[in-house]
Design a protein around this ligand. Structure first.
Ligand code: NYM
Ligand code: MG
Length: 222
């Protein structure tokens, strides 16, 4: 049997203000330091963020989130998904060359934030089918009240406690479905703890994957 390993694909999900971006960046640095690979390419780890607001599609998403534009709920959903698809081959290439890929949000945010508007779960999931599947999804679990108390929400669309409460319900449904369908590991992390403790819990979940993974890159819900 070949001993060739590929990189692991790790996704961090959660509500707004759950500490995702802080933790993703801490985890990125820790992964970077975890193995001594010298300065040689390929990189050991890359951190991606969805939405990626730097692309042409990402700029449309950014304008929508800042309420500079209005879009039909279906149309913006498909843009968020397209924003992942435009990076799908990049993700696959990184994993194949042995780089660990960390993503701050992914398809699960896509489903959760649109399904709460009343569009069906199946319709929301459909455009995500076939994307590179994470090997591990870390859901930073925080109650919307605690999140709101953390210095308050910003001014973007969805940054309201009632919206977050609905979104969290859909995330719970996704987590249960992922576990039942065996679609890669979904791990809940208590994000109400302090920053250092949360970082430690995340590290415990990720460390076994640091040395890479045997087997093909899976595709979401395929
Ligand atoms: N969001 C994010 C979606 O509605 N659909 C998606 O597919 C993704 C990836 O965008 N409130 C929402 C969740 C956030 C908002 O994300 C901006 P961030 O991580 O705050 O930049
Ligand atoms: Mg935000």
């Amino acid at each position: 049997m070949s001993s060739t390993k590929r990189g692991a694909f790790v996704v961090i999900e959660g509500l707004d203000k759950s500490g995702k971006s802080t933790q993703a960046s801490l985890l990125h640095d820790r992964l970077q330091d975890s193995q001594d690979a010298g300065d040689t390419a390929p990189p050991k780890v890359v951190l991606l963020k969805f939405p990626d607001r730097t692309t042409a599609i990402g700029k449309m998403i950014d304008a929508y989130l800042r309420s500079e534009s209005d879009l039909d709920d279906h149309a913006i959903h498909l843009l968020f998904s397209a924003n992942r698809w435009e990076l799908a081959s990049t993700i696959t290439a990184y994993l194949t060359q042995g780089t660990t890929v960390l993503a701050d949000r992914y398809a699960f945010s896509g489903i959760a934030f649109t399904a709460r508007k009343g569009l069906s779960y199946e319709w929301c999931r459909a455009p995500e089918v076939g994307l590179p599947a994470p090997d591990l999804t870390l859901f930073l679990n925080i109650s919307p009240e605690v999140a709101a108390a953390r210095g308050g929400y910003g001014l973007e669309r969805y940054e309201r406690e009632d919206v977050q409460t609905d979104v969290r319900r859909v995330f719970d449904k996704i987590g249960r479905a992922m576990q039942e369908e065996g679609e890669g590991k979904w791990v809940e992390i208590d994000a109400g703890k302090n920053k250092e403790e949360v970082a430690e819990d995340l590290w415990r979940a990720v460390e076994p994957l640091v040395t890479g993974i045997h087997g093909p890159i899976n595709r979401l819900w395929e």
